[in-house]
Design a protein around this ligand. Structure first.
Ligand SMILES: Cc1ncc(COP(=O)(O)OP(=O)(O)O)c(N)n1
Ligand SMILES: Cc1nc(C(=O)O)sc1CCOP(=O)(O)O
Ligand SMILES: [Mg+2]
Length: 216
């Protein structure tokens, strides 16, 4: 199967919901179902940090969320865990700069969607050269979700990449909400990736709908 069409991916990245069980106030299955109903366009399983599930429990939750995404036609991406992505035959994998080199991962996952985090123009160029399908740039705004997040840089890196002619699909991440999502899109992103804005909302469906309206 060929690598995913770039324009199709750009569209899919618009409302990118990332979650793990420890980000949720209520049952993560219910959270993901409501978020899908509200209009998310792609999903990342990120079971990481304090109180994260491990082993069989992690696998079972991933499998259940993947099945839900599949019935609704939402691409299912796994964060960090290449073995899980391969075992589940996920649609893709997202990796950071601390993970295995992009080139090695690309060889291992074949044509699956490969997202890579980048924090500079140089990192972005290397990721693209080695096979990234899209980039995650952040943190755009302050976030409490990722303890080891880099310095907040607003939308400057998105603008820098676009000004340098990089047209790879990009999502902004970190502290993105209904209220600031438009700023990220105007800077040149193809989509916004959020955890808290949706997972901690008391009205997940409504919040996701409003976020989508500011992005689509
Ligand atoms: C879409 C998207 N963008 C960036 C990240 C962050 O990845 P990483 O830097 O590897 O950090 P962790 O999420 O693994 O803590 C992401 N997960 N998704
Ligand atoms: C997972 C992640 N990666 C980031 C980066 O900067 O690469 S910021 C972040 C956390 C995003 O969560 P929230 O939407 O709750 O701020
Ligand atoms: Mg990572």
């Amino acid at each position: 199967m060929p690598r995913i069409n770039e324009e199709k991916l750009r569209d899919a990245l618009k409302v990118y919901f990332i979650v793990g069980s420890n980000n949720c106030v209520k049952n993560p299955v219910q959270v993901v179902e409501e978020a899908i109903e509200g209009g998310i366009t792609i999903f990342q399983f990120r079971e990481k940090g304090k109180d994260a599930l491990e082993g069989h429990e992690k696998y079972m939750l991933a499998k259940e969320l993947q099945a839900i995404c599949k019935t609704k036609g939402i691409p299912f991406i796994v964060n960090d865990d290449i073995d899980l992505a391969i075992e589940l035959n996920a649609d893709g994998l997202h990796i950071g700069q601390e993970d295995e080199p992009v080139m090695n991962i690309r060889k291992k996952i074949g044509d699956k969607i490969l997202g890579v985090s980048a924090h500079s123009l140089e990192e972005a160029k290397i990721a693209i050269k080695n096979g990234a399908d899209y980039l995650g740039l952040g943190p755009i705004f302050p976030t409490k979700t990722k303890e080891d997040a880099k310095e907040v840089r607003g939308t400057t890196l998105i603008e820098e990449l676009r000004a340098n002619g990089l047209d790879i699909p990009i999502v902004g991440i970190g502290g993105i909400t209904i209220d600031n999502a438009r700023t990220v899109m105007k800077a040149g992103a193809d989509g916004v990736a959020v955890i808290t804005a949706i997972s901690q909302s008391e009205k997940i469906l409504e919040t996701t709908q409003r976020l989508s309206e500011n992005v689509l």
